[in-house]
Design a protein around this ligand. Structure first.
Ligand code: MEV
Length: 310
């Protein structure tokens, strides 16, 4: 199928950060993988580049999304395509919904422009959209979505884009994702941490370094197929995130519940704050998912990497 007849569809996976959120903003590595859920963008031929948005969105939300979309469209030569979106991801819960949306849109724009949607180019253009949404993101969210594989991501301070190395897992990596409380906007959580970091720089720098080390050790554990060691790294990371002031009672409560249900490790994922997503690493998460759903907890499971069971 050539680029003229290929369907104009693009998928952007949501993501979870297994290790290293926040410290990744300060130049330390983070281990992140794509969820099997995400955002699908569909394009149809039109006179100009256009994003179709539901009427339920506020004026400010529409302006933000349109501005970000047009920024990426211009980089693709403004192809004549109208793009609509379907999302399986909860918004603003730490699962990379804006990055998934950016990646899905960019894939359609590149296809409409007759260009290849290779991961590096998708990531470069999705960063343009993410900068509209988040200002100066580390880039781990949209890079994980564009790469569609488990990565160890690192961005040098002051640089806009980082580098990703694929982390191969000989074993399936399965997580339970639970959503709790009301999540604070990422910008607010990242900003408040930056103020504490500026005030007590030496102490916070030490904690960020510790998290970076734990993320590197976690990547090695994945490659060695040692899921117990990965789980322990996640537990230690949670303690360090808590020390940084990024956890809260609803998040802590879910972390302990997941450990009680047999998780090898459990931690908040994403920006944290008053609520958001908590992940637990399980060999088989389905029983724990069924139990929590019965209790009214919003949760699901996803495989992040490794060979899939038939
Ligand atoms: C958000 O998913 C991850 C953070 O580390 C922010 C970022 O990397 O830009 C909290």
């Amino acid at each position: 199928m050539d680029s003229q007849t290929a369907p104009l569809v693009g998928f952007g996976a949501g993501k979870v950060i297994l290790l290293g959120e926040h410290s990744v903003v300060y130049g330390h590595p983070a281990l992140a993988g794509p969820l099997s859920y995400g955002v699908t963008a569909r394009g149809s031929k039109a006179k100009k580049s256009q994003l179709a948005l539901p009427d339920t969105l506020s004026r400010a939300q529409r302006a933000l999304l349109t501005g970000a979309f047009q920024r990426a469209a211009r980089q693709c030569g403004s192809p004549g395509v109208k793009v609509s979106l379907e999302s399986e991801l909860p918004l603003s819960m730490g699962l990379g919904s804006s990055a998934a949306l950016s990646v899905a849109c960019v894939r359609v724009l590149l296809k409409a422009a007759g260009r290849k949607d290779v991961p590096a180019e998708v990531a470069r253009l999705a960063l343009e959209m993410e900068q509209e949404f988040h200002g100066t993101p580390s880039g781990v969210d949209h890079t994980t979505s564009a790469e569609e594989r488990l990565i160890l991501y690192k961005r040098a301070p002051g640089q806009s884009a980082g580098r990703a190395r694929a982390v191969k897992s000989p074993r399936p990596l399965k997580v339970l994702v639970a959503l709790v409380g009301e999540r604070s906007p990422t910008k607010k959580t990242v900003g408040a941490l930056r103020e504490r970091q500026a005030r007590w720089s030496a102490r916070y720098t030490r904690l960020f370094q510790q998290i970076g080390t734990v993320a590197t050790e976690g990547a090695k554990a994945v490659e060695a197929g040692d899921l117990e060691a990965l789980g322990d790294a996640m537990n230690v990371n949670q303690g360090l995130l808590s020390a940084l002031g990024l956890s809260s009672p609803p998040l802590e409560d879910m972390v302990y519940r997941l450990r009680g249900l047999g998780a090898l490790g459990a931690k908040l994922t994403g920006a944290g704050g008053d609520g958001g997503a908590v992940i637990g690493l399980f060999l088989e998460p389905e029983q724990a998912v069924a139990k929590l759903l019965q209790l009214g907890v919003r949760c699901f499971s996803s495989q992040l990497a490794g060979p899939r069971a038939l």
